[in-house]
Structures are given as structure tokens and as C-alpha cells.
Design a protein around this ligand. Structure first.
Ligand code: NAD
Length: 368
């Protein structure tokens, strides 16, 4: 049996890092039938649009896609392909695990949390306008609905249950935004009792940023609205080691698209230099989504051991300025080959390496 999966290589470093992920996918022994489709710059050149209908059709038919980053042309009038994909396929949950791998590149090796961000409404609903003719005042409307709040909060609790995570923290600003923030807070408080085994607590967004910068190891699953989630997921990617190692996933009711947090890094395009780990960890998430747990564990362990060994790692994990212990940098393809080589050799049954010292506080009170 093979899985038919849509592959969108994307722009810039996208083709290099998606090739890397495909190489690692082959090493797992799981069979894939990749349906490769172009979106972004190549699609503009050949089809006059960055998001041809055939790409949406392919993702809807296969229900699973692995995606590279796509350049958003500045000033050309094209909308972001990434935003359009989310809206047109109703990919409402943006999920970004932030795990410090082998302690490399982070001061917080205990970081192991997941940011679950509502991706369809809030301040990104696109409802904004000038208030006066002289453009001296403007409004952006923050749309929060009970339906979307319930959906994302349920998603976060279900994820916690599935992944044996024992705490879900809702992040909002209900003390100031009393209607929108209050609605999200109420939805959270009413959902939490359905998951009695999971600690449910809340943080105000400002306090959450401070807490994460001091002790990220205390947090497990964070659920929040669109703008706060956008900011927190980048903060957490930084805490866990940087863009080169940060994977992401977008889930709808029936469709899942896996893409790294990083963009197309045009200055490194075609140089075989970019870190392939973020895209390879997207493959790991994709394997878990398909129920291929052993293969996913192998991929994660192979990445972990390659980074911990630090013999074949790309510049962002190798050079001074990125690490306290510099080594000669390897290419994107060399690191991918090393990870692929390790995949069949690692022990998938050993417990997944959890970061040391990840103690979870269970203070149910809202700190202000
Ligand atoms: P970027 O993530 O492409 O690059 C920022 C910096 O991070 C780069 O200069 C590079 O130093 C580093 N970096 C990123 N990925 C790396 C990797 N795999 N290995 C090593 N270093 C890496 O962000 P940007 O420069 O703001 O955006 C470039 C383009 O990508 C823009 O057109 C933007 O719209 C697009 N973008 C797309 C997505 C997506 O497709 N989901 C996400 C973010 C940005």
C-alpha cells in the first residue's frame, strides 16, 4: 500500500528541503505516491497565478500535503498563497510543536510545547478600513465566534489527550478585550471540564510572553487566537532552536497540510545550504497523522541523533554565532543523507528523547 500525498516544493530553498524530506521518507520504508504540483513563482510563470485551482483540487483529493515555503511577491497584487490555502481549505488549526532538539541552539533545552493557533478569524479576518477620508484613523475588526473558539479549544484538548500532554493553557487578553477575549475565555472554561485528566489554566498574552522567556519548560499545550498565536509560535520557534528546526502543520476537519515555519530564504536558494530539519520534522508530523508511528519515531530519533552528534549539520547548527561549539558546516543534502542513513538504524522503541528537566507546573490560577 502506498499513501498518495500532494507535494508542493515551493520557492527559494523549498525544492531543496522538500527533496531532503523525500529522501528521509524513502528511508522509512513507508511507501508514498507523491503528486507534485507547483504553487508560487513557478506557477505564476507557467499558469499566471500563484495558486492554480489544480493545486487546491490535488490537496482536497489527497487530503494530505507536504509543502515547502512559498515566496509572497511584494507589491505584485498577489495575495499570500499561504493565507489563501488556509482560508480556501478551511485549515483552522495551525499547530507548531516547539521542541528543543538535543539542546542545540537554545538556552532552554527543556522546551517541549505545542502552540495551537486558531487560523481563520480574529484580527486576521481581513475586515479593516479607514475611518475618515483623510486617513488619519483606521480600524481592524477582531472577529471571534463561539463556533471557531469551541473548535480550536476542543482540538487543543484532543491533541493533549492523544499526545499524553497534561496541561492546556489558554492565552487571551480578556481583561482588556472584554467581549472578544471574554468569549474565548468562556469557551475555554466551558470546554475544560470535558477533559478532567488535563490541567486547564489561563494566561494573559503579555504575562505569557514573559513566562515563556523565563521558563518555557513549564508549558505543554498553548491554545490561542490568530494574532497571539502567530506571535507566540515564532517566539517558541526561537526558544526551541530557531527557524531551521521548526516544523508546522495546518489541520482542517479532513485535510492536513504540513509546512515548516520558515519562509523561502531566497538568499540561500540553489546553494544546498539551508537546514533541512524543519521540513524533515514536517514529514515526521505527517507520518504521525497517517498513523505511521514507528516511522515517525525513527525520523525524530534520527534527527535528534544527527544534531546531537554534530558531525554532519548545516551552518545554522554548526557555525560560531549560532552555537558555542562550532564545527565545519555541511550541506543541506549531506545532512539529509545522514539523517536518512540513520533512520533504519535507530531504535524506534526506546522512549522518545524528552528534554531534561521538563517539569510541569499545575497552578490553575490566572497570573496577571
Ligand atoms: P525566511 O524564513 O525565508 O528567512 C529568514 C532567515 O531565516 C533567512 O535569511 C535565513 O537566514 C533563515 N532561514 C530560514 N529558513 C532557514 C533554513 N531552513 N535553514 C537555515 N536558515 C534558514 O523569512 P523571510 O526572509 O521573511 O521571507 C522570505 C519569503 O518567504 C517571503 O516571500 C515570505 O513571504 C515567505 N514566507 C513564506 C512562508 C510559507 O510559505 N509558509 C512563511 C514565512 C515566509
Amino acid at each position: 500500500m502506498s499513501y498518495r500525498v500532494t507535494l508542493i516544493p515551493g520557492d527559494g530553498i523549498g525544492p531543496e528541503v522538500t527533496d531532503a524530506a523525500r529522501l528521509v521518507a524513502e528511508a522509512t520504508g513507508v511507501r508514498f505516491d507523491w503528486e507534485v504540483v507547483d504553487a508560487g513563482e513557478k506557477a505564476i510563470a507557467t499558469q499566471g497565478t500563484p495558486l492554480p485551482g489544480s493545486v487546491l483540487d490535488a490537496v482536497m483529493a489527497n487530503r494530505v500535503a507536504l509543502k515547502g515555503p512559498i515566496t509572497t511577491p511584494i507589491g505584485s497584487g498577489f495575495r499570500s498563497v499561504n493565507v489563501a490555502l488556509r482560508q480556501q481549505l478551511d485549515l483552522y488549526a495551525s499547530v507548531r510543536p516547539a521542541r528543543a532538539i538535543a539542546g542545540e541552539g537554545t538556552r532552554f533545552p527543556e522546551t517541549d510545547l505545542v502552540v495551537v493557533r486558531e487560523a481563520t478569524e480574529g484580527l486576521y479576518s481581513g475586515v479593516e478600513h479607514w475611518v475618515d477620508r483623510d486617513h488619519t484613523a483606521a480600524e481592524t475588526v477582531d472577529i471571534i465566534t463561539r463556533k471557531a473558539s469551541d473548535r480550536i479549544i476542543r482540538f487543543a484538548f484532543e491533541l493533549a489527550r492523544r499526545e499524553n500532554r497534561h496541561r492546556v493553557t489558554a492565552v487571551h487578553k480578556a481583561n482588556i478585550m472584554k467581549t472578544t477575549g471574554g468569549l474565548f475565555q468562556t469557551a475555554f472554561r466551558e470546554m475544560a471540564p470535558n477533559y478532567p485528566e488535563i490541567v486547564a489554566d489561563e494566561r494573559l498574552i503579555d504575562n505569557m510572553c514573559m513566562q515563556l522567556a523565563k521558563k518555557p519548560g513549564e508549558y505543554d499545550v498553548i491554545v490561542t487566537t490568530n494574532l497571539f498565536g502567530d506571535i507566540l509560535s515564532d517566539l517558541c520557534a526561537g526558544l526551541a532552536g530557531g527557524l531551521g528546526v521548526a516544523p508546522g502543520a495546518l489541520y482542517g476537519e479532513e485535510i492536513a497540510v504540513f509546512e515548516p515555519v520558515h519562509g523561502s530564504a531566497p538568499k540561500y536558494a540553489g546553494q544546498d545550504k539551508a537546514d533541512p530539519v524543519a521540513e524533515i520534522l514536517c514529514l515526521e508530523l505527517l507520518l504521525r497523522h497517517l498513523g505511521e508511528r514507528e516511522a515517525a519515531d525513527r525520523v525524530f530519533r534520527a534527527v535528534w541523533e544527527t544534531i546531537a552528534e554534530k558531525k554532519v549539520v548545516t551552518y545554522d547548527l554548526a557555525l560560531a554565532g549560532y552555537t558555542l561549539h562550532p564545527v565545519p558546516p555541511s550541506s543541506c543534502s549531506a545532512m539529509a543523507k545522514e539523517i536518512a542513513r540513520k533512520v533504519p538504524l535507530v531504535d524506534p522503541h526506546a522512549p522518545l528523547p524528552r528534554a531534561k528537566g521538563a517539569e510541569h507546573a499545575d497552578d490553575p490560577h490566572l497570573e496577571t
